[in-house]
Each structure stands twice: as structure tokens, then as C-alpha cells.
Design a binder for this molecule. Structure first.
Ligand SMILES: C[S@@+](CC[C@H](N)C(=O)[O-])C[C@H]1O[C@@H](n2cnc3c(N)ncnc32)[C@H](O)[C@@H]1O
Length: 236
């Protein structure tokens, strides 16, 4: 599989059969896209994916400064197999939802979390054609690392941004991390759109104040680097 995001390796370490709680699934997910991502998570050991972080330090630092209550509602969109969920649970956050188009990714994450998987709400849904997510109660924090940049079509961006505007409470926060303008033009074989601070600010429109942004160069498991921009917005 060609990948500018450096998916590498072909072993799959996770035991997919020990899921403790059924995933909420639905029929209307874009099946081609779902199967594309399911395949990536099936053929590549998740720790070798070009976006894998042992410690998602930039996201954790941003979350730390928000001083959220432990029962704050946190939605990790396009969560994949992120270790962020593990760290949030260790910090005793108890109201976390993880959503992704790939049920395979969420199964791997559940498997890794073992008993703690019960503490998470799992939602398989398509951010560009949401159905289950429409019923989700508003959240205090929406976290997206390396997902929004895949939405190259304006209509998909608009659907995502409408959902975000509906689902983040007034006074709530959004962490949005994408490839920056020096970043790769593809990830996992898919084209991506790259952003700077102003472009993301413009996308989120008037409902959100930009609190902070910074660039960060991530080193992939392969040793290659990928420049990101991290932004933190507050819903007004
Ligand atoms: C590059 S990975 C990032 C995963 C995770 N956020 C992280 O930082 O480790 C992109 C993730 O977005 C998910 N994704 C792609 N398109 C999606 C869509 N339309 N709706 C929901 N999730 C999507 C993929 O399945 C994948 O898990």
C-alpha cells in the first residue's frame, strides 16, 4: 500500500477477538472509505502507522491547560488507535467518546484498553456523513489529530464543520491538528489539504476564538518527519 504517511510493516499484534463491548455500528458509513481504513489497520501493525504516537504530548499539553473537570465530555474524532485515550483514562477523565469510520481501528483500541474499554463510548460513524454522531450530546472538548486534513472536498469539510459547531458547547474547546503548509500532500495513500493558522481560523468561522496555535514536527516510526499545525479554539 503506497503511503506518504509511512504505514509500514505487516504484522498485526492486536487480538481482535477480545472486545468487551459491542461497537455501535450502522449501515450508512461510506463502505469504500471504511474498508480502505479497515484494511490499513488490518495489514499494518498500528504502532508502525505513520501517525502513531507513544505519547501524544502536544495534545496532552493543550488539554492540561484547559483545567477540565474529570467528568467533562470529551469527543476524540477519527480516534483510530490513538494512545490519547489511554492517557485521558489514566488522568481519570470519565466521559470520553471515541469515534472513527474504521471499526477495525476501534476494536484494536478496545483490545489494548482491556477492561478500561468499558469506560469509553464507542461510535463507528463517518464524519462526512454522520448519523449516530448527530444524536450525541454536546461536548466540552472535541479533539481531532490528523483527520480533518483528509477532507479535501468542500462539502465534506462543511459537513464536518457543521457537526463540530453543533456538538461543541458554548465555552467548550476544539483541538484541531492537521498537516501544515510544509506538510506532505498525501497520507496513507490519500490526498490531504494542508493548513496554516489563518486557514483553520477561517474554516471555523465566527463561532470560535483561536486561543493558541503552534507548529510541531512529528517524527514517524520510520524516522521520517511530518510538520503539523496544532490549534486550540474556544466556542463563543
Ligand atoms: C491519520 S489517522 C489519525 C488517527 C488518530 N487521530 C491519531 O492521531 O492517532 C486518521 C484517522 O481518521 C479516520 N477517518 C478517516 N476518514 C474518516 C471519516 N470520514 N470519518 C471518521 N473517521 C475517519 C481513519 O480511520 C483514521 O483512524
Amino acid at each position: 500500500m503506497s503511503s506518504s504517511c509511512g504505514t509500514g510493516g505487516c504484522s498485526h499484534g492486536a487480538n481482535l477477538e477480545s472486545a468487551q463491548r459491542p461497537l455501535i455500528t450502522k449501515n450508512k458509513v461510506n463502505e469504500d472509505l471504511q474498508s480502505y481504513w479497515d484494511t490499513i489497520y488490518t495489514v499494518v501493525d498500528y504502532q508502525k502507522n505513520g501517525w502513531f504516537e507513544e505519547v501524544p504530548q502536544q495534545s496532552l499539553d493543550l488539554i492540561h491547560q484547559l483545567n477540565l473537570d474529570k467528568d467533562a465530555r470529551i469527543l476524540n474524532v477519527g480516534a483510530g488507535t490513538t494512545t490519547l485515550v489511554d492517557f485521558l483514562l489514566k488522568q481519570n477523565f470519565n466521559n470520553i467518546s471515541a469515534t472513527d469510520i474504521s471499526s477495525t481501528a476501534l476494536e484494536i483500541l478496545k483490545d489494548r484498553l482491556q477492561d478500561n474499554a468499558k469506560k469509553i463510548d464507542w461510535i463507528t460513524d463517518d464524519l462526512t456523513n454522520p448519523t449516530l454522531l448527530l444524536d450525541l450530546a454536546p461536548v466540552d472538548l472535541w479533539i481531532d489529530r490528523a483527520v480533518f486534513h483528509f477532507f479535501t472536498e468542500v462539502k465534506d469539510q462543511e459537513t464536518y464543520l457543521n457537526l463540530l459547531a453543533q456538538k461543541v458547547k458554548k465555552g467548550g474547546y476544539v483541538i484541531l491538528a492537521t498537516f501544515n503548509l510544509k506538510g506532505a500532500s498525501k497520507c496513507s495513500g490519500l490526498p490531504v489539504r494542508r493548513y496554516n493558522e489563518l486557514m483553520l481560523k477561517t474554516k471555523l468561522k465566527d463561532n470560535f476564538d483561536l486561543v493558541e496555535s503552534f507548529e510541531y514536527t512529528y517524527t514517524m516510526p520510520s524516522g521520517d518527519t511530518r510538520p503539523y499545525i496544532y490549534t486550540l479554539f474556544k466556542r463563543i
